[in-house]
Design a protein around this ligand. Sequence first.
Ligand SMILES: CC(C)(COP(=O)(O)OP(=O)(O)OC[C@H]1O[C@@H](n2cnc3c(N)ncnc32)[C@H](O)[C@@H]1OP(=O)(O)O)[C@@H](O)C(=O)NCCC(=O)NCCS
Length: 179
Amino acid sequence: MAYNSDTQITFRPAVETDMPALTAILNAAITGTTSTGYLEPVTLEDRLPWWDSHLDPRYPILAAEHAGEVIGYASLSPWSPYPVYRDTVESSLFLAPSAQGRGLGTALMRELLAEAKRLGHHVVLSRIWSQNAASLAMCRKCGYELIGTQREVGLRNGAREDCVLLQIILKDYVVSETI
Ligand SMILES: CC(C)(COP(=O)(O)OP(=O)(O)OC[C@H]1O[C@@H](n2cnc3c(N)ncnc32)[C@H](O)[C@@H]1OP(=O)(O)O)[C@@H](O)C(=O)NCCC(=O)NCCS
């Protein structure tokens, strides 16, 4: 099933009872890919500070739901605690393995960018490990521009990893009618 506007997938604000599903999706990415900053699976308790930090409506979590099941999520987080960065946010997006590669990530990211614009944010940044071709392609497709590569900032399984920084300035972002 390819994702399109007719697919029975809804995007909605996450609620606290989604946390087990959101944690399971993150853990699938931690154990099955090198797309996260974690080296070991996390517990629900580990993730509660993250949930609490998104109770502020300026930093939403969106859930993608299909047939009553959460199959992905995306979030906006503060980029920096310094007040000068107050309208700059960082995006994050994870899909369950079975939901990947069918256009859902692109659609959910576009919804997240539309929400960021509605909330009055100015810049959305994304940090992506350089080997994560799917995430880089998804962000470029959604209009993120490449800022540069932070070389050797990560250390995973004994190997140094580069992190790619991308950004989008929301005043230039055209919200599609057909997300
Ligand atoms: C990264 C992720 C969010 C992308 O969502 P997705 O629904 O799988 O991606 P889409 O189907 O929307 O594809 C977006 C683009 O990426 C390309 N793409 C998808 N998978 C790819 C892969 N493995 N390698 C290279 N390009 C890929 C697609 O071809 C598409 O470009 P196109 O339409 O021009 O062909 C999703 O795969 C995922 O959750 N992965 C695991 C967690 C993760 O990496 N999260 C991001 C952390 S920065």
